[in-house]
Design a protein around this ligand. Sequence first.
Ligand SMILES: Nc1nc2c(ncn2[C@@H]2O[C@H](COP(=O)(O)OP(=O)(O)OP(=O)(O)O)[C@@H](O)[C@H]2O)c(=O)[nH]1
Ligand SMILES: [Mg+2]
Length: 248
Amino acid sequence: MNLIDLGWNQDFADKLARLEIKERFKIARVAVEYKGMHKIYTEGGEALAEITGKLRYNNQFPAVGDWVVIDLLNNGERAIIHEILPRKSKFSRKVAGGDIKEQVVAANIDTVFIVTSLNQDFNLRRLERYLTIAWNSGAKPVIVLSKADLSEESESKKAEVETVAAGVPVHIVSSVTGRGLDELKQYLNRGETTALLGSSGVGKSTIINQLMGSKKMEVKEIRVSDGRGRHTTTHRELILLETGGVCR
Ligand SMILES: Nc1nc2c(ncn2[C@@H]2O[C@H](COP(=O)(O)OP(=O)(O)OP(=O)(O)O)[C@@H](O)[C@H]2O)c(=O)[nH]1
Ligand SMILES: [Mg+2]
């Protein structure tokens, strides 16, 4: 595995240079979060990692997408996470009660595809809420209007979307006809990370499969809330793409 394929870039290298770390320490990216454990990707492959007592004491918990400084143990199968690099962006949800008010569910995303379908589920207000989530995260939003094959009003709906999303690129796509999918590849660059955000059934997984072609990569699906409370009926999720694996 190559760090750049995992989204590593100069920005993180600069952040790393500001930390004082032991020479044997390495860099890794958090792939999956389990209870008290993290699956991480390093140049050497995968490992299972735990955080130091110091991080725990300071309530510093790594999230999926975080870049972390690690000490590898047991021939590289286990690791201790010593530091979390400052985040470029973060998607979080509020946590009721307890000391920790915010749970970060995905970090360091450069571009977020907000996927909304053009069929009868199309809903401008919901799209605006997703846009707010994206703006608050620090990631760059791109709106993807999916299932164009099921709508005869794609262009007029795109125009409607543009009235609430000034300056945000809007793409009409269909995974059935293939329309617009190539346009999305311009956002998948090496050294960057892309995520998909959208309600259940809008076609996120289908888009990922089409964009990734035969390349099988692990993708992450994470739930986020839009700050309107925990009792929303709409399911939301983020899927991280390791874009180096996508665009090659
Ligand atoms: N007609 C049409 N159907 C599509 C298109 N894209 C996806 N679908 C269908 O829509 C359904 C949902 O697609 P998924 O890709 O699973 O949607 P998702 O956003 O990943 O849904 P969750 O994983 O539940 O959040 C599937 O039956 C797909 O075959 C499209 O462009 N056109
Ligand atoms: Mg899916």
